[in-house]
Design a protein around this ligand. Structure first.
Ligand code: ADP
Ligand code: MG
Length: 361
């Protein structure tokens, strides 16, 4: 039911520029974001994530389509009237103001009584675990602490929806991991709907309830992390999320909803028939490297080990198949298990049925 959604985006299109310089930053976007969801917009730089977020916030207006907030059309509603707040990548804190004054700033602008502001600021300081730094100027804080202040400030007026535009990209790896956990905790504790933007697929997979994958202004797929990873809708999504082997082929036969695909390397693999595909169509078989295993005897595929890359937790074995294409097998390393596999050996690849996905085109 749409009235239980926090936000419904219906047929939204946004152009920038005019004439030959016109760019469709977002095209015919349809998306529903549920209440209390940790929702992520994921896609490469320039795909339209920020533009979509800015339309939700009210800083930009779509030329076509509707934006519905809790069942109400907000197309004409100015940003400050929307129960929505944004955390920007650069935090945009007031450097000479104290942590507490930064957090209370929005409430002060709304003209709330002083005692209410003080109580709310104290609550927010506790929420982001910054009580001991309440009086410090934000210019005297580390990057992670500034990020917490920015979050507390955005959460202070109790928005219904919090927008976060690549908020972690300025932090180093370890701090980013810490803040990912922190953001999940804040979302769970406040129950506020979070719309999070990132170009980092791992960040999206680990943090989100659901993800929308975008490319060139379009939403290609919406789903839970597992759906997107295990059942990507198309080649772009399969390629952008995780690592994937792609093998070109043609559907040789269809039996009981399964497509038997004749691959260029001379082998046939069987997987679920993609919607609308028929015998004779050119298709691509996708197989995740970690879903395959090397074997000395048998196997659905076989190839020569061209290179071996040790990654600490795993090892990548890059095989050359008979048609010259490459297939990567990723195996977990176990203590005391020295691999006897060497370059130049010809080995088989074991593939469980569920590892094989067939994509159109
Ligand atoms: P993302 O946040 O995914 O990197 P953006 O939403 O910032 O993508 O940009 C989407 C597209 O719109 C890009 O092609 C970008 O160059 C263009 N664009 C963004 N903002 C403007 C603007 N103010 N004027 C003109 N083009 C813009
Ligand atoms: Mg952006």
């Amino acid at each position: 039911m749409s009235d239980t959604n926090a936000i419904d985006i219906r047929g939204v299109t946004k152009y920038y520029g005019h004439g030959d310089y016109r760019v469709a930053a977002v095209r015919e976007a349809d998306l529903s974001i549920r209440q209390n969801e940790f929702f992520t917009l994921l896609g490469p730089s320039g795909c339209g994530k920020t533009t979509l977020l800015r339309m939700i916030a009210g800083f930009e207006f779509p030329q076509e389509g509707d934006l519905i907030l809790y069942g109400e059309n907000i197309a004409e509603m100015p940003p400050f009237k929307r129960p929505i707040n944004t955390v920007f990548q650069n935090y945009a804190l007031f450097p000479h103001m104290s942590v507490a004054d930064n957090i209370g700033f929005g409430l002060k602008m709304l003209g709330r009584p002083k005692t209410e502001i003080q109580a709310r600021v104290a609550e927010m300081l506790k929420l982001v675990r910054m009580e001991h730094l309440a009086g410090r100027a934000t210019s005297q804080l580390s990057g992670g602490q500034q990020q917490r202040v920015a979050l507390a400030r955005a959460l202070a007026p109790a928005p219904k929806v919090l927008l976060l535009d690549e908020p972690l990209s300025a932090l180093d790896y370890k701090l980013r991991k810490e803040m990912q956990v922190e953001l999940k905790r804040l979302q769970a504790e406040t129950g506020i709907t979070f719309i999070f933007v990132t170009h980092d697929q791992e960040e999206a997979l680990t943090m989100s309830d659901r993800i929308a994958v975008m490319s060139a202004g379009r939403i290609l797929q919406v789903g839970a992390p597992r759906d997107i990873y295990d059942r990507p809708a198309d080649r772009f999504v399969a390629d952008f999320i995780g690592e994937t082997n792609f093998l070109k082929g043609r559907i040789g036969a269809i039996e009981a909803g399964a497509a038997k695909v004749d691959l260029a390397c001379g082998v046939s693999l069987t997987g679920p028939l993609p919607d609308g595909a028929s015998a004779g169509d050119e298709v691509t078989v996708m197989i995740r490297p970690e879903h395959s295993r090397l074997t000395r005897e048998g196997g659905a595929l076989s190839g020569e080990v061209a290179s071996i890359v040790y990654f600490g937790t795993d090892t990548y074995f890059n095989l050359r198949l008979s048609d010259g294409s490459t297939f990567t097998v990723r195996q977990q390393n176990r203590p005391g298990e020295e691999s006897a596999i060497g370059e130049g050996q010809t080995l088989g690849v074991m593939l469980p049925d569920a590892a094989i996905r067939v994509l159109r085109g």
